[in-house]
Design a protein around this ligand. Structure first.
Ligand code: FES
Length: 589
């Protein structure tokens, strides 16, 4: 065993590796002496500890099948780090799996971002490989990366493979919802629905439709924060492990060259990500997440500019729920590069990526497959405009969102009578009641399901079609809420209404029988009630108990309720956002 050449010499100007961020005992030399004594208990040599240290986040959990391949990814990343001359050190952060988080995974996203940021800051890492996948995890990690500004690279866990049932391909979770709708309508019986249940998610990995996980993996790659091609490789393919190995090598380079997220996650990079969000028919949730990540970097996502972009950039990717294919097919079709090649006129091609090349260089180096048919051309798109539209109106003065590419087109211009549910509990209690006064052309309204109201802004915006209408064959209705919805869902669904009803937003003033007008073409959502009546209702409005009983709250829930922001600010905690730096996401043309 040899003595490390500068151990223990006390503080240095730009400490790296094991000497970074010493624990404070009032004697830096002793701090390093102690740190090395303890890490040697794990068998490390001075030679190993003199290398650049690459932290690797272990976000696996037995409650998180979306991250079920994390142990293999970690091993592959470690190999890559060693090949690059670095020292890999794995550390845990919290793990969030969509359907195992009460009240919602969104409620925990900011906690994961704080956990990840603080562990990155606290531990002696020169760079970090962020292993994320399930919906809220990559957003939380990118938020942390932007705030800590320590060199980082993301490797997604990757999409799961598709299942099959009676000759039909199944995808989580578009088909989870579709078959549950059939079950509710009596088209599928109890035995068959549970057979399907065992086939919907046949491998580990993230949902393989264009849900939030796929959307965030693809937009992260577009932003330059993960390696080219890494978003679409299926979770169980050997190629995912080779991509993980390459990610480890890149992480060493990022450490050596001190390439920080702030040089990658620029306003241009966010603009590229937003362009891709439209073109892939991506999840509505991604707009909230990208807004939150950008805000951590001081950059404002301009909702009007995003909407204007959506009027030009068509949906090109033919994946469910907007289209017909799944992520494994997008991978076979060349992955994100095939989309980027088509989008070149709208992209900032000079934006830098983690492997040191510009996005334009990445696209030019990728190979086109002229036989693929999953990614359409601009001349012959899946949908003529971008997937998402930003709405405003007297019902949503600060904005609302609709995924019009995956909605019944006839409902995008619609005026109907409001059928109001005051809360999630009220919805659960009455939606299937035979006595519910509801018709197919009514507008279902859900209140108190926003960031604070639920709390945690659950994916409840996909209100079920009332059973008695479902039994008559009704498949879609206009539905409005301050909630979110799964990126895997289909319908004429207006989401993220802001300000939310629990904080006094106009959604809280809607009454049964009011007329509501959705005019997607004009980007309007309006309550057709006169201003004087709305003023009377506002004066009589009482906040829900969750907003009045704050003194009864404690811990993370109190912190969350007091500081979570609205959708247009990314639902981050207000105290986590730095001053805006005056930059907004620029549009190329
Ligand atoms: Fe984890 Fe869909 S539930 S990605």
């Amino acid at each position: 065993m040899t003595q490390s050449k500068d151990d223990p010499k006390g503080p240095q100007d730009n400490p790296k590796g094991i000497k970074r961020g010493l624990t404070q005992y009032g004697d830096a030399g002793f701090s390093l002496f102690l740190r090395k004594a303890f890490i040697k208990a794990a068998g490390y040599s001075d030679e190993a500890l003199d290398r650049p240290i690459v932290g690797i986040t272990n976000t696996g959990s037995e409650f998180n099948p979306c991250h079920g391949n994390v142990p293999q990814i970690i091993e592959a990343v470690k190999r890559g780090v060693m090949q690059g001359g670095g020292m890999p050190v794995v550390f845990p952060t919290i793990s969030i799996a969509e359907s195992f988080a009460h009240p919602t995974s969104m409620y925990l996203r900011n906690l994961m971002s704080m956990d990840t940021e603080e562990m990155m800051r606290a531990q002696p890492v020169d760079s970090v490989v962020l292993i994320g996948g399930c919906d809220k995890t990559i957003p939380a990690q990118l938020m942390a990366a932007a705030s800590a500004d320590i060199p980082c690279v993301v490797i997604p866990t990757g999409p799961m493979m598709t299942g099959h049932h009676k000759g039909e391909r199944l995808g989580a979770c578009t088909d989870c919802r579709r078959y549950w709708g059939k079950f509710r309508a009596g088209e599928v019986d109890d035995k068959e629905i549970w057979e399907i249940n065992a086939k919907l998610a046949p491998t580990v990995g993230t949902c393989m439709v264009m849900g939030t996980a796929s959307t965030m993996a693809l937009t992260t790659e577009a932003m330059g924060m993960s390696l080219s091609g890494s978003a679409a490789i299926p979770a169980v393919h050997s190629e995912r492990l080779r991509s993980s190995e390459a990610t480890g090598r890149v992480a060493v380079k990022l450490a050596e060259q001190e390439v920080k997220p702030s040089t990658i996650m620029t306003a241009k990079a966010f603009s590229n990500a937003l362009t891709v969000l439209h073109a892939i028919g991506g999840s509505t949730n991604a707009l909230i997440h990208l807004t939150a990540v950008a805000a951590r970097a001081g950059i404002t996502v301009d909702l009007e500019a995003f909407d204007a972009l959506g009027r030009k950039v068509p949906v090109l990717v033919d994946l469910k729920p907007s289209g017909q294919f799944y992520m494994e097919h997008l991978h076979e079709a060349g992955g994100l590069n095939t989309v980027l090649r088509e989008l070149k006129p709208w992209l900032h091609l000079d934006a830098l990526t983690v492997d040191g090349r510009t996005l334009g260089e990445v696209i030019d180096a990728s190979e086109a497959d002229p036989t693929q048919h999953v990614v359409k051309t601009v001349a012959d798109p899946v949908y003529p405009t971008g997937g998402l539209a930003v709405l405003r109106g007297n019902l949503a003065p600060h904005g609302a969102l609709i995924k019009h590419s995956s909605a019944t087109q006839a409902l995008l211009q619609h005026t109907g009578r409001a059928v109001v549910f005051e809360s999630l509990e009220d919805l659960a209690e009455r939606i299937d009641s035979p006595d519910l006064d509801v018709k197919a052309d009514d507008v279902l309204v859900l209140k108190n399901a926003g960031p604070k109201g639920a709390p945690g802004m659950p994916e409840a915006g996909y209100l079920p079609i009332p059973k008695k209408l479902a039994m008559q064959g009704v498949k879609d209705m206009v539905r409005i809420s301050d909630a979110r919805m799964s990126g895997t869902a289909f319908g004429a669904i207006v989401l993220h209404v802001s300000p939310e009803s629990a904080t006094g937003g106009p959604l809280g003033l809607v009454k049964n029988g009011d007329m509501i007008k959705l005019d997607t073409a004009a980007r309007r959502i309006d309550l057709l009630v006169d201003d004087a009546e709305l003023a009377r209702r506002k004066a009589a409005w009482q906040p829900p108990e969750i907003m009045t009983g704050m003194e009864k709250q404690r811990g993370y829930r109190k912190l969350y309720l007091q500081t979570v922001t609205q959708a247009e600010d990314g639902c981050d905690f207000d105290f986590m956002m730095p001053q805006k730096n005056g930059q907004t996401t620029p549009i190329v043309r």
